[in-house]
Design a protein around this ligand. Structure first.
Ligand code: UDP
Length: 329
């Protein structure tokens, strides 16, 4: 039986497909290639160019392939964009998941692991964040991901679906093979945007806000390597296959770095001065997000391998230096 990876041509999806194939699993990838790249799909995965909102096409896929479980990455994922175009997020993230779950229920596929986010918490009440802490998103992206979690929960009650929601903190880094890495167009995430400076693609990095209540006034985030995230998806899927109940897990390193600290690490790794300019805050950004991932470690047996920011930024730099135009050059 195969594992269906939706959004398997995207950043975290493609890395998860690589780990699944390395672990000897049979993998089917579906992706509409709007933000994903065909070249990011592992050559051993069977690829379908399908939009999850296209129920007929998804039904046909479930009829053709023998799917044991689904890993669902297919969603829009930019905080800033979600604030100016919220309905795009409702359409792609919520409508897409409704259509997907209908198709899964109709075809008797009852296990799903899906990408949720630290943005479901909003401005946290305490640090590090635990899974049962208050969820009150401050941006539309987080709101739609929280609604997806609830949709899974109600579908589970009604139809016996079982799910694991993985709330990622800040995904970064690239695959050790050098074959795949982060590539968004436009790029908005901090580490790849910083690395565009030493790559000669931008003159300076804009720091969004220096007046947050943090040690240097810039936002604090928990940066976690994409391969560690990928491994957590496999563990979560196996947990469901072994009969595990519905669950939610944080995935982070448990250590927070400010935007300025990340820029300093990138200066050290690249040997470039990387000029920075202080700009206004970006809408929707909470001041601090740092995870407690103890639950994923205890229940899933997750062991993140890359817990040092310098190693993570070095792996991202190796990819971006070799692929300044991502998968397109
Ligand atoms: N950030 C920044 N300049 C940039 C991109 C991001 O200062 O060009 C900040 C952003 O405001 C946030 C942190 O870096 O505090 C991480 O942002 P990113 O978009 O990478 O991830 P998010 O936390 O939104 O998921």
């Amino acid at each position: 039986m195969a594992i269906l990876v939706l959004g398997g041509a995207g950043y975290i999806g493609s890395h998860t497909v690589y780990e699944l194939i390395d672990a000897g699993r049979d993998v089917v990838v579906a992706d509409n290639l709007i933000t994903g790249f065909r070249k990011a799909v592992h050559p051993k995965a069977r690829f379908y160019e399908v939009d999850i909102r296209d129920k007929k096409a998804m039904d046909a896929l479930f009829e053709k392939e023998h799917i044991e479980g689904v890993i669902h990455f297919a969603a829009s994922s930019q905080v800033g964009e979600s604030m100016v175009d919220p309905l795009k997020y409702y359409d792609n993230n919520l409508w897409g998941t409704i259509s997907l779950l209908e198709s899964m229920v109709e075809h008797g596929v009852d296990k799903i692991v899906f990408s949720s986010t630290a943005a479901t918490y909003g401005e946290p009440e305490r640090m590090p964040i635990l899974e049962y802490d208050r969820t009150q998103p401050t941006n539309c992206y987080g709101e739609t991901k929280l609604a997806m979690e609830k949709m899974m929960s109600w579908t589970s009650r009604a139809h016996g679906l079982r799910y694991v929601a993985l709330r990622y903190f800040n995904a970064c880094g690239a695959h050790a093979s050098g074959e795949i890495g982060e590539a968004h167009d436009p790029e908005t995430h901090l580490i790849p945007v910083i690395l565009q400076v030493p790559n000669g693609q931008r003159e300076k990095i804009s720091v969004f806000g220096e007046d947050y209540p943090t040690k240097d006034g810039t936002c604090v985030r928990d940066y976690i390597h994409v391969t560690d995230l990928a491994q957590a998806h496999i563990l979560a899927l196996d947990y469901l296959i072994k009969g595990g109940e519905n669950n939610v897990f944080n995935l982070g390193n448990g250590v927070g770095f400010t935007v300025k600290e990340v820029i300093d690490v990138a200066r050290k790794v690249t040997g470039h001065a990387i000029p920075a300019e202080i700009c206004p805050r970006r809408a929707g950004d909470p001041a601090q997000l740092v995870a407690s991932s103890d639950k994923a470690k205890t229940v899933l047996g997750w062991k993140p391998q890359f817990n040092d920011l310098e190693t993570i930024v070095s792996s991202a730099w190796a990819w971006h230096k070799a692929h300044p135009h991502g998968f397109e050059g």
